[in-house]
Design a protein around this ligand. Structure first.
Ligand code: 5RP
Length: 220
């Protein structure tokens, strides 16, 4: 079985019976929503909160009821994927540019699970961290980070369309950072005006990471 499908099927057990479910963004989550669409009970009795417009569209078109983030309702459970998990158990998210709403939901949910292929477990010395920045501050922030010695790329769409704009109207920078002390880097960097959020998810933002390997086994 495809690892994303395996993870989706496995995750069902965590979601059944939950009334308010927060949902992340990306291909893994898309597969999860596809698998969930045969769960009539969840369609009738559960409400969903989406971390992106993409996810809201996926949920709505399959007949799930989606609440606005403005409702400020607390999800009983939040499910999402990640781009990388380091050997210290720090997750990097934001490959799909939804890091701010994903962190918001992870922070405010009662229980948080993250699912992904075991190939996303990486032991690298340097890593690209997505950072969401208010557009008017992008040039200042880029200059400041480069002066601090970081390599900074403004995330662009394909075909020279200019910077990708997040669901919140902001720009995403990908900043190359050493993997030591990522959580300290996260706190430090948010002192720079215009930086809204980073894709660094430290341990207090999750309860469980569930991995699927290519042999079709699940590791919790
Ligand atoms: C989006 C994210 C995603 O969870 C991350 O990019 C993983 O996506 P995929 O399931 O497509 O590999 O953080 O902002």
């Amino acid at each position: 079985m495809d690892p994303k499908e395996l993870l989706a099927t496995y995750t069902l057990n965590y979601l059944r019976g939950k009334k308010i479910i927060g949902v992340g963004t990306g291909k893994t989550v898309k597969k999860l929503i596809e698998v969930l669409s045969s769960e009539e009970n969840l369609k009738e009795s559960s409400l969903f909160v989406a971390s992106s417009i993409d996810t809201e569209i996926e949920l709505s078109k399959r007949g799930f009821k989606v609440l606005s983030l403005f409702s400020a309702i607390q999800p009983e459970i939040y499910v999402d994927s990640f781009d990388i998990v380091t050997k210290d158990g720090i997750m990097i998210k934001g490959g799909g540019g939804a890091l701010l709403r994903e962190k918001l939901l992870a922070y405010f949910s009662k229980y948080r699970i993250f699912i992904g292929e075991s190939t996303k477990l990486k032991d690298t010395k340097v890593i690209d961290i997505p950072i969401e920045v208010i557009s008017v501050g992008v040039s200042y922030v880029k200059y400041k980070l480069e002066k601090m010695g970081f390599t900074v790329k403004i995330r662009e769409g394909s075909g020279k369309m200019g910077p990708i704009i997040s669901d919140n109207g902001n720009v995403i920078l990908d900043v190359s950072v050493k993997t030591e002390n990522l959580c300290e880097f996260d706190r430090m960097i948010k002192n720079i005006p215009s930086i809204v959020e980073t894709g660094i998810f430290c341990k207090e933002l999750y309860n469980k990471i569930i991995l699927a390997n290519e042999q079709g086994r699940i590791e919790e």
